[in-house]
Design a protein around this ligand. Structure first.
Ligand SMILES: C[S@@+](CC[C@H](N)C(=O)[O-])C[C@H]1O[C@@H](n2cnc3c(N)ncnc32)[C@H](O)[C@@H]1O
Length: 228
């Protein structure tokens, strides 16, 4: 669970280099991960979707391509990140804190959050708030980093903790933000732990899938048909 003042400041500082740095550090894999989420969204053909922590709008733009009929709302508490989302053509954007969303209950069919929940101050609180704005049988899709198991674990640990912060420091001039990234990934629940958290927060059904050997994971929580 993270300090919101630090997180907001860190994203304001890296906003101009955020997209490029992501693509370099992940060697473009982050694009494939977001395409995967967009495919999962498309299967549900939502009328109305909230992309929380939309940032520069990378995921929202990918979903817009796949689901042209879906009304997409992007929310983020960092205006400089949203400025980049606007530049790439997204218009339905709102400055909002994920822990206190300015929407009525039950108004979205799907909520997505990519690389955002991990940065929030209260993970169960944020998941419950996302649940609140979902209609019964609605779905929450979370994409975030996780740690690969097995043979890839140790070399990836070296990359995440030592190589990535240095490279990102050179690209953005903000090494501190990426030291934080490395630490936050280790502390964030993944796999069965995230599924359990989703169930504890009221999602009747929860599933997870590791991507790229577990460097990232996608989680799908589905609400019961009648939400209480
Ligand atoms: C790593 S970026 C992810 C951006 C985008 N979803 C993507 O896939 O590239 C994380 C975003 O989460 C936002 N964020 C973090 N905590 C938040 C909160 N409590 N409420 C709203 N946005 C938040 C940050 O401002 C930042 O834009």
């Amino acid at each position: 669970m993270q300090d919101p003042v630090f997180v907001q400041r860190a994203f304001s500082r890296i906003a101009d280099r955020y997209v490029l740095t992501n693509h370099v550090l992940s060697m473009g894999t982050d694009i494939l991960w977001r395409k995967k989420v967009a495919r999962i969204v498309a299967e549900r053909a939502p009328e109305r979707l909230l992309d929380l922590a939309t940032g520069s709008g990378d995921l929202a733009a990918e979903i817009a391509k796949k689901c042209p009929g879906t009304e997409i709302v992007g929310a983020d508490f960092c205006q400089p990140m949203l400025n980049h989302a606007r530049k790439r053509g997204l218009s339905n954007l709102i400055v909002a804190d994920g822990l206190q969303l300015p929407f009525d209950s039950g108004v979205f069919d799907v909520v997505t959050v990519a690389f955002g929940l991990r940065n929030m101050a209260d993970w169960p609180g944020a998941i419950k708030e996302m649940r609140r704005v979902l209609r019964p049988s609605g779905a929450l899709i979370i994409l975030d980093f996780s740690l690969p198991r097995g043979f890839l674990g140790p070399p990836y640990g070296v990359y995440l903790n030592h190589v990535l912060p240095r490279m990102a420091g050179v690209l953005t001039g903000q090494r501190e933000a990426y030291d934080y990234l490395s630490k936050s990934v280790g502390a964030f629940p993944s796999g069965a732990n995230m599924e359990a958290l989703l169930r504890d927060c009221g999602f009747g059904d929860a599933a997870s899938e590791p991507l790229s050997f577990g460097i990232a994971s996608v989680y799908l929580g589905t609400l019961p048909v009648t939400d209480s």
